[in-house]
Design a binder for this molecule. Structure first.
Ligand SMILES: [Fe+2]
Length: 200
C-alpha cells in the first residue's frame, strides 16, 4: 500500500454556480471571446447501468488542464502558459438515451511532483451526479496510446488491466467532424463487471 497525497487535480474542481444548465455549457471552446489554443476535440458517449440501460438526465461535469497542461487555478504554478480563452470546466445532462457530448481542447500532460520526473497522462476529470450528492461518482478519462500510462501511479493504482482500459477513450471516426475536430468515445458504465473504475 502506498499513500498518495492528494494533489491539485484531486482537491480542486470547478465551481459552476447555482444557475440552470445553459445551452453551450458543454462547449468549453466557446466560453470566452476568442477560441482556445490547442487541438479541438469532441468527447461523447453514453452513461449506462449494469444492464446496459441508459441513465437519463444525469448531470455530468468535467474539468481539465489546457492544451499546455496547465489548470486555470491559482494553485497551479506549472510554468506553462495559461490560455485566457480557456477555463477548462463544462457540464451537461445525459439525454433520453443516456448520451452526452462535450466539445473541448485536448489537455496536455502536466508534472505533479509525486516522484522524480512525474507526469500525469493527458486526462479529463468527470463527475457524475446520481439522484443525490452522496451518489456522486468521479473518474478520469484518458486518451488512447498515451506513453505515460506505464509511469502513472494513479492510472496503475487500478490493479486490473481490463478495468484500466475502461478509462481510456476510443478514437471515434464517426464522431470526428471533417476539417473541424477529432472525436473520442467514452462510455461510462456505473455497475457490474464492465463498470468504469471510480475514485473513492
Ligand atoms: Fe488532473
Amino acid at each position: 500500500m502506498i499513500l498518495l497525497p492528494h494533489t491539485l487535480s484531486e482537491i480542486t474542481g470547478p465551481v459552476y454556480g447555482h444557475d440552470d444548465i445553459a445551452p453551450g455549457d458543454n462547449d468549453l471552446t466557446c466560453q470566452h471571446a476568442g477560441e482556445p489554443v490547442g487541438e479541438r476535440i469532441i468527447v461523447n458517449g453514453r452513461v449506462l447501468d449494469d444492464g446496459g440501460h441508459p441513465v437519463r438526465s444525469t448531470l455530468i461535469e468535467i474539468w481539465q488542464a489546457n492544451s499546455a497542461g496547465r489548470y486555470f487555478h491559482h494553485k497551479d504554478d506549472h510554468p506553462a502558459p495559461l490560455d485566457p480563452t480557456f477555463t477548462g470546466g463544462g457540464r451537461t445532462l445525459t439525454d433520453e438515451n443516456g448520451f452526452y457530448q462535450f466539445v473541448t481542447i485536448k489537455p496536455g500532460a502536466y508534472p505533479w511532483r509525486n516522484h522524480e520526473n512525474a507526469w500525469r497522462p493527458a486526462h479529463i476529470h468527470f463527475s457524475l451526479f446520481g439522484p443525490a450528492f452522496v451518489t456522486r461518482l468521479i473518474t478520469q478519462m484518458y486518451f488512447p496510446g498515451d506513453p505515460l500510462f506505464a509511469y502513472d501511479p494513479i492510472f496503475q493504482s487500478i490493479p486490473d488491466k481490463k478495468a484500466r482500459e475502461h478509462l481510456i477513450s476510443k478514437f471515434d471516426l464517426e464522431t470526428t467532424k471533417p476539417d473541424w475536430a477529432l472525436g473520442f468515445r467514452f462510455d461510462i458504465i456505473l455497475r457490474g463487471r464492465e463498470s468504469t473504475p471510480f475514485e473513492i
